[in-house]
Design a protein around this ligand. Sequence first.
Ligand code: GDP
Ligand code: MG
Length: 175
Amino acid sequence: MALKSEQKDSCTIIVLGEANVGKTSLINRFRNDQFQEQLLTTLGLDCTTKDIILKSGKKAVMKIYDTAGQERYRTITKSYYQKANGILLIYSVKDRDSFMRISDWIAEIREKAKEDVLVFLIGNKCDEENRREVTKKQGEDLSKKYNIPFYESSAKLDINVKNVFQELAEEAINK
Ligand code: GDP
Ligand code: MG
């Protein structure tokens, strides 16, 4: 008699934002607990999975997609957006342009993603205090405008990485 395998919850997360804001680095920190000063730009849409344990004690699996260069060409397809239960939308606190582009990303998410997708706004590279071009208050104000959660993170120093991925997965699965 075959044992029924334990059904695992799952969710799919996509990580968006301008090139160079640290999307791949955040995934690498979460997935492998590593950080590299120089990352090679990979081509194609990279997908990794990670097993997590929910607050309830249940096991779940997270699928995480990295746009891996495609964000440069604005060619992210609707079918790619449609996979997502959750989106981490990233800018860099030391790159004002990446922050100014967030409203365009939100518009694209509204156009292409599922209506009930969860979005978290993330200001990455918060370790670079002396090269900051976007204040924490500006990030907070923007997140309030769109009514989405906001965190400042550092893939480099491991600040608000694991807990943010975990929280997004938790909310996406419990929805
Ligand atoms: P992506 O294009 O959005 O995937 O960005 P990458 O992950 O390739 O990172 C771009 C550059 O920013 C790399 O040189 C990283 O080492 C650097 N970087 C990424 N995250 C951080 C961070 O939290 N702090 C600092 N200081 N640098 C970071
Ligand atoms: Mg990348």
